[in-house]
Design a protein around this ligand. Structure first.
Ligand SMILES: Nc1nc2c(c(=O)[nH]1)N[C@H]1C(S)=C(S)[C@@H](COP(=O)(O)O)O[C@H]1N2
Ligand SMILES: [Mo]
Length: 199
């Protein structure tokens, strides 16, 4: 009998096909915030899109939550190596949000309350890949996890999913956001293990 179980010794090779390389499973929901948790009153909440030509689109909370919304069940992967499978969210698809926005930009900067930024290519926001989520597990999204509303872009590392999201800026050229400026990968695909610049 072998005392070495299959796969042991190569921690980068996961034994599960649904777990990206180098990730481990967690069942709780860790909180990762670079600063304090803001409490944003709903009557002051705004979500603003600015296009590369200076066009502006803005939603209040009432307007935003009247948009068609959907349930999303998805796996999430944090660059600090935890993954959580089958998380359930409710929110508005970026396809819906961008429907009437005229833009030719290939890049975007996502903004969160407090100054957090993260860059995401436009094509990664479209075709059912990204949402602004305001419910988690059937309940209002808690402030710790980004409530009232956060970005949800589950096919990229979770730092791309800005909490307390309040804006989306269209950009002609790719620019680094908060973590990207600090050396994290400009794109951040967990399946290609793009954690840091140069990966
Ligand atoms: N505004 C803001 N959004 C953020 C962060 C942050 O510090 N501020 N941290 C990011 C990181 S690194 C991760 S892993 C996830 C964590 O989300 P959670 O706290 O809900 O698990 O939020 C991302 N979005
Ligand atoms: Mo993270």
């Amino acid at each position: 009998m072998s005392i070495i179980s299959p796969g042991f010794g190569d921690r980068r090779r996961s034994s599960r096909p649904d777990l990206p390389p180098g990730q481990y499973l967690t069942h709780d929901f860790p909180v990762l915030s670079a600063g304090p948790t803001p409490r944003i009153p709903l009557d002051r909440w705004r979500f603003t899109i600015t296009t590369e030509t200076g066009g502006k689109h803005e939603w209040t909370w009432d307007e935003f939550t009247k948009l068609p919304s959907e349930d999303v069940t998805t796996d999430i992967h944090c660059v600090t190596k935890w993954s959580k499978l089958g998380t359930s969210w409710h929110g508005v698809s970026l396809d819906t949000i961008l429907e009437d926005v005229e833009t030719a930009a290939d890049f975007t900067m996502v903004h969160g309350h407090g100054g957090y930024t993260t860059n995401v290519p436009m094509e990664d926001l479209l075709n059912g890949q990204a949402w602004i989520a305001y419910k988690y597990d059937g309940e209002d999204l808690t402030p710790e996890h980004g409530g009232p509303a956060r970005m949800l872009i589950p096919h990229l590392y979770f730092w791309k999913s800005a909490k307390w999201v309040n804006g989306l800026e269209m950009l002609t050229d790719d620019e680094p956001g908060f973590w990207e400026e600090a050396g994290y990968h400009m794109y951040g695909d967990p399946w290609r293990e793009q954690r840091y610049q140069g990966d």
